[in-house]
Design a protein around this ligand. Structure first.
Ligand code: ATP
Ligand code: MG
Length: 400
């Protein structure tokens, strides 16, 4: 058993000691079997949420109605979910009903792909009713059961399938692929938040180009917001060479906007309902990229992009096929005279002292910007005397 599973062992043992059955399930089992890094540990059990809250001292009811309880043990949290099946997905968002069941096989049968439908016990024995292990070995993503039915139940699974292509570098099974070509329009019915989530994950993994190729080939892009009305954006995207995962969603939305600046970043982020934090990062990147286009990798660009330098380099590489030595840029950044406005030796107060007859106003901000830029460019020392005499010179020129 790998380390993450060993950490979860006491949780499994507590369940068993109380007479319940339990298995490791989902992505952790899959990743363990192909020796990939193991993420969150999910546990499935015949204990109900009530049972779990009774036998574990520390729990968080994260999704009781779906049977999920977070069990906290030794500072780590484990998702424990009661075996369940799902009723119809009437609104294509949530199953209309969740029923708890006694048999783990029924729980495995509601899962999306065979590779995600393997259960493993504490001894490492597998319960694999859908031959997920075989598909793992053959690197195939195949739905549990008839793909048409499974995609009608929950259309998001189509996008999840493509996301796993990027994540695992597997192929989609032929029938699964055909079903996507025929049913991708059902994606129009599901909530955009779920789509955004999967799209972001797709771009956070390594095999972006393989996934994009499948989206293009199945026509799925015609069922994705904004892309569906603008064929050319996806074609451009498809031609780019993504040779590393994107750092975060902000980079992804910046790229979308830069492909066709006629579609504002605001339109992208509003349509895909992303957080203001992601939006802010994207805006900052786009601004940095524009100044990079004007002036190359100048001190000013480095200063302004700051911590987002790795993101900017991803964008430059994608659009200009130019790569920089990040170590060199980092040392260029380290040798900047200042790294933040707060490191300027003067403030607005100083300006007011030097020009006692001037009123407060926008001129202060303008001068501070000008000082900041001159210091970053190395044209002006960050010293009080130098700055004062320079500012007086600027003022004189302005008054002439
Ligand atoms: P990751 O490593 O990215 O977390 P994962 O396989 O754990 O991959 P999750 O989205 O965390 O994916 O879901 C956990 C498990 O729940 C999946 O392995 C799958 O068995 C099941 N699952 C998740 N979403 C669906 C869905 N829409 N339909 C059916 N089963 C699903
Ligand atoms: Mg997971």
């Amino acid at each position: 058993l790998d380390q993450p599973f060993i950490k979860a062992k006491p949780v499994m043992e507590t369940l068993e000691d109380n007479g319940y059955e339990c298995f490791f399930v989902g992505g952790a089992v899959r990743d363990c079997l192909i020796s990939r890094h193991i993420g969150d540990i999910d546990i499935a059990t015949n204990a109900t949420p009530n049972d779990m809250q009774r036998i574990f001292p520390k729990t968080v009811p994260v999704g009781i109605e779906h049977g999920t309880v977070l069990v906290i043990h030794n500072g780590e949290s484990f998702e424990v979910t009661t075996y369940r099946t799902e009723g119809e997905y009437k609104d294509y968002r949530h199953p209309s009903e969740v029923s708890f069941v006694k048999d783990v096989k029924l729980d495995l049968s509601r899962r999306d792909f065979t590779i995600n439908a393997i259960a493993m016990d504490l001894e490492g024995n597998l319960l694999d009713p859908f031959d997920g292990k075989k598909d793992l070995n053959e690197r195939v993503i195949r739905t549990v059961g008839n793909p048409h039915d499974r995609f009608t139940e929950d259309p998001l699974r189509m996008l999840r399938g493509v996301r796993f292509v990027s994540q695992l570098n597997f192929n989609l099974d032929e029938a699964t692929l055909t079903a996507i070509s025929e049913q991708h329009h059902l994606l129009n019915k599901i909530s955009v938040e779920r789509i955004t989530d999967e799209l972001v994950k797709l771009f956070k993994h390594a095999n972006i180009n393989s996934a994009l190729k499948i989206i293009r080939q199945t026509g799925m892009d015609q069922s994705l917001p904004i892309f569906k009305d603008r064929h050319h954006i996806f074609s451009r995207l498809n031609k780019m060479v993504f040779n590393q995962p994107l750092n975060h969603a902000g980079v992804m939305f910046a790229i979308f906007h830069l492909i066709d600046p006629n579609i504002s970043l605001h339109t992208w982020t509003k349509t895909y309902k992303v957080s203001n934090n992601i939006k802010r990062k994207a805006i900052h990147l786009i601004d940095s990229y524009k100044s990079y286009q004007d002036q190359g990798m100048s001190n000013v660009v480095l200063y302004n992009v700051g911590k987002q330098l790795p993101d900017l380099l991803q964008i430059i590489k994608l659009f200009n096929l130019k790569s920089y030595n990040i170590k060199e840029l980092q040392s260029q950044y380290q040798s900047l005279p200042i790294k933040d406005r707060s490191e300027l030796i003067v403030t607005g107060q100083n300006l007011l002292q030097w020009f006692p007859h001037e009123k407060r106003g926008q001129w202060i901000g303008k001068y501070l910007n000008r000082i900041e830029e001159a210091v970053i460019k190395g044209e002006l020392q960050n010293s009080r005397e130098e700055i004062e005499s320079k500012v007086r010179e600027w003022k004189r020129q302005e008054n002439d």
